[in-house]
Design a protein around this ligand. Structure first.
Ligand SMILES: CCCCCCCCCCCC(=O)SCCNC(=O)CCNC(=O)[C@H](O)C(C)(C)COP(=O)(O)OP(=O)(O)OC[C@H]1O[C@@H](n2cnc3c(N)ncnc32)[C@H](O)[C@@H]1OP(=O)(O)O
Length: 163
């Protein structure tokens, strides 16, 4: 993993204020996604602190959904940039939103341990893109995502919310 290079979020949308992945959110999670050296997967690491507790010692499932949502979405966007033969941060910017978030909780996810999220596009990258994501705590697979992300014209998102 090329984690010493800038994250896709920092390259593509440094001013982003998404709670999960926006680099500019003052108190957000600041999820950072990087291409794996295999050129197929996009990887993020996150160590949940005790405030995100569900059952004692275990991660709250909603937080896990946030991690999978944001990382999978950035995986979709990274594939879009690559399919167009250009780097994140080049114009025009590419934006996707979650249409469907699918998540299986496979094993309890511990607090205080580094989680590794490994995602890839399944099938073709297109306006509607399917992303598979696995969450591991050490060697243990704790969650599996299967989600759909749709490319949008971001200028229309705000007006849609006010309609
Ligand atoms: C500044 C920016 C920073 C960007 C910084 C990044 C921030 C990251 C944020 C993390 C991600 C989020 O949480 S985003 C926030 C949560 N998501 C949202 O608010 C999205 C709300 N939903 C929508 O706006 C809309 O439903 C859309 C855009 C998803 C789709 O509407 P549309 O544009 O009219 O397109 P539509 O024709 O209906 O659908 C396109 C294709 O997707 C399929 N499709 C649509 N919905 C679904 C669905 N639930 N499950 C499966 N497939 C679906 C359709 O069948 C179709 O397939 P086919 O016929 O073509 O085969």
């Amino acid at each position: 993993m090329t984690s010493d290079s800038p994250a896709i979020q920092d390259l593509a949308h440094a001013e982003g204020i998404c709670y999960g992945c926006g680099p500019a959110h003052p108190t957000g999670l600041h999820i950072k996604s990087h291409w794996h050296e295999d050129g197929v997967h996009v990887v993020a690491r996150f160590t949940p602190s005790d405030e995100f507790v569900g059952w004692p010692g275990l991660l709250y499932g909603g937080l896990l959904a946030m991690l999978v949502d944001c990382h999978s979405n950035w995986t979709a966007m990274a594939y879009h940039y690559r399919a167009q033969g250009r780097a994140p941060g080049t114009l025009p910017a590419i934006h996707c939103v979650t249409a469907h978030l699918g998540l299986d909780y496979v094993k309890p996810t511990p607090l205080g341990r580094a989680l590794t999220l490994t995602a890839r596009v399944e099938g073709e990258v297109a306006r509607k893109t399917r992303v598979l994501c696995e969450v591991h705590a050490g060697d243990v697979l704790t969650a599996r995502g299967d989600s759909i992300f749709v490319q949008v014209d971001v200028d229309k998102l705000g007006s849609a919310a006010q309609a």
